[in-house]
Design a protein around this ligand. Structure first.
Ligand SMILES: *Cc1c(COP(=O)(O)O)cnc(C)c1O
Length: 233
């Protein structure tokens, strides 16, 4: 049986290989373990295997996990990577270290107001819709700089970069074009703001392509924790 520890090691070696193929350093690509729908026991197992950064998609689930685990495992870094409604921003502002999916000024404003002064600024990424599908979340490429300018002025937020979820089930050429467009946009943003150091892209199935296009943080769920079962309560 493969354990979470084994699968984490495999994910790290995939990242290392992908980095090497693009003449990048493996340590420049962080692994974010996406633990949504998975129990605390699996987070703890990954923690004991050395994993410190965990990503959660749902406000209530994340809140409950952080409240249970943050005392004993104080050095876990919690990343919110799901869609966020404006009436739920307080949980993210008060409990999480990172927020990857900012796509509206109003959400950023609320996070900035609700981030406690006693905590370090919340690290944020702007979610960009590189596939131009209307149904997808994220701002369009042409809206990124305007939103970035607003966030850069908010004292309790630190703008760290961009986050994207590329189209699934597209041909290789389309996938490559999307990643290249994202990378170009990221480079543009990095020239404008000194705080930019994070390109959050790449999941279990496309981490190699993402690392080849400059990803600095891959978000890996099923390759570490196994397939998710959404049917369970
Ligand atoms: C679920 C999720 C992931 C992880 O996806 P896997 O395919 O399981 O690796 C990454 N990013 C986001 C935003 C997700 O919702």
């Amino acid at each position: 049986m493969t354990t979470i520890t084994d699968r984490l090691a495999i994910a790290h070696s995939r990242i290392a290989q992908a980095a090497q193929n693009s003449s990048r350093r493996a340590e420049d690509v962080q692994l974010l373990a996406v633990s949504k729908t998975k129990p605390n026991s699996q987070i703890i197992e990954a923690y004991h295997a050395g994993q410190r950064c965990f990503g959660e998609n749902y406000v209530q689930e994340g809140e409950s996990k952080i409240n249970t685990l943050s005392q004993e495992f104080a050095d876990i870094e919690w990343h919110f990577i799901g869609p966020l409604q404006s009436n739920k921003t307080k949980v993210v502002a008060t409990l999480f270290d990172w927020m990857h999916t900012v796509e509206r000024e109003k959400i950023a404003q609320r996070l900035n107001e609700q981030r406690p002064e006693s905590m370090s600024p919340l690290n944020v990424c702007i979610q960009v819709n590189i596939s131009q599908e209307a149904s997808k979340s994220g701002v369009t490429a042409s809206q990124v700089l305007a939103l970035a300018d607003k966030i850069a002025l908010m004292p309790n937020l630190t703008l760290r970069g961009l986050m994207a979820i590329p189209s699934a089930d597209v041909d290789e050429q389309t996938a490559t074009e999307e990643m290249a467009a994202l990378q170009a946009l990221y480079n543009q943003l990095a020239q404008r703001f000194a705080s930019i150091d994070t390109l959050s892209v790449g999941m279990s199935n496309d981490l190699e392509l993402a690392v080849a296009h400059g990803s600095t943080m891959v978000r890996i769920g099923s390759a570490i924790f196994g397939e998710r079962d959404y049917s369970k309560p």
